[in-house]
Ligand binder design. Structure first.
Ligand SMILES: [Fe+2]
Length: 284
């Protein structure tokens, strides 16, 4: 016996009520509700549905340990950013997308590390503090930092780079302070050789991200923060293909006026300076 549309939706939603975990039952029922509404409103054809399944199949085929096409799909649909927004703890620094190039194996380096060595790029003194939402310093917080090189590539994309290039973990001091020497990051395109790239091309969408630093800030007793900092005026700052730019995460890269900083890092020439205070919230 065929069921009217609304009855199909009701039955499919109710079918998850048996889940042991009530949150699973709730989330799956809502997912069914909204996916059914999407199918009904768009009057999705069987061919279009099959194209959707083929897209998912192709995404699975290209996904491996180093590359996740589903993660990229979530990013370009704005879903990763929506999850960030709805899970944002009050008073903390805004979070932003993790991206595909985080490496759990980054080395712990001394606070004050020079990550530049002899590679090209505008040298940047990146420093700041980690505070709680009341503005009190968090002693010994950890900064996990990574960025792309001056050629726009991350080590995973560029065999010429050391796997540890322009990435590190740094332990903040007792006042929550940290500093490191790095370079100005560069805009780059998301991977376009998979089904997501084909979708972006068919949609005539921008494939670029604005330049950014990636930072994960963590401290015992606080909600961890995954975020990004974007240079003011970077290309694509108003058209990020993964929707990661948020107010409060766009920062000026200003000329550093203090000659002692270059001396301290043992380098010559002009430096840029980026200063930022990260704020971590406690669990609700
Ligand atoms: Fe990135």
């Amino acid at each position: 016996m065929s069921l009217p549309n609304a009855a199909v939706t009701q039955e499919a939603m109710a079918s998850f009520a048996t889940a042991e975990n009530p949150r699973l039952a709730h989330v799956m029922a809502l997912l069914v509700k909204h996916l059914h509404a999407f199918v009904a409103e768009s009057k999705l054809s069987k061919d279009e549905w099959m194209q959707g399944l083929q897209f998912l199949t192709a995404s699975a085929a290209i996904t491996d340990e180093e590359r996740n096409e589903f993660s990229l799909f979530s990013d370009i649909m704005g879903i990763s950013s929506m999850v960030d927004v709805v899970s944002q703890p009050e008073g903390g620094t805004p979070s932003s997308v993790l991206g595909p190039f985080h490496n759990h194996d980054s080395l712990v380096r001394p606070n004050g590390v020079n990550l530049v060595q002899d590679q090209p790029g505008d040298k940047v003194w990146f420093h700041g503090r980690v505070l709680d939402v009341e503005g009190q310093p968090i002693a010994n917080a950890q900064i996990d930092f990574w960025q792309n090189a001056d050629n726009g590539l991350y080590p995973a994309q560029d065999p010429a780079q050391d796997p540890q290039n322009l990435r590190c973990k740094v332990q903040c001091d007792a006042q929550g302070g940290f500093e490191l020497l790095t370079i100005r990051p560069q805009p780059y395109t998301v991977p376009t050789d998979g089904p997501v790239g084909a979708l972006l091309a068919a949609s005539r969408r921008n494939i670029w991200r604005p330049a950014h630093y990636h930072v994960i800030v963590s401290a015992p007793g606080f909600v961890g923060l995954v975020t990004e900092l974007f240079p003011q005026g970077s290309a694509y700052i108003d058209n990020d293909t993964v929707f990661g730019v948020r107010p409060g995460l766009v920062v000026p890269f200003q000329p550093c006026q203090d000659p002692e900083v270059a001396q301290r890092f043992g380098v010559d020439g002009p430096l840029l300076e980026v200063s930022y205070e990260f704020r971590l919230a406690r669990p609700a």
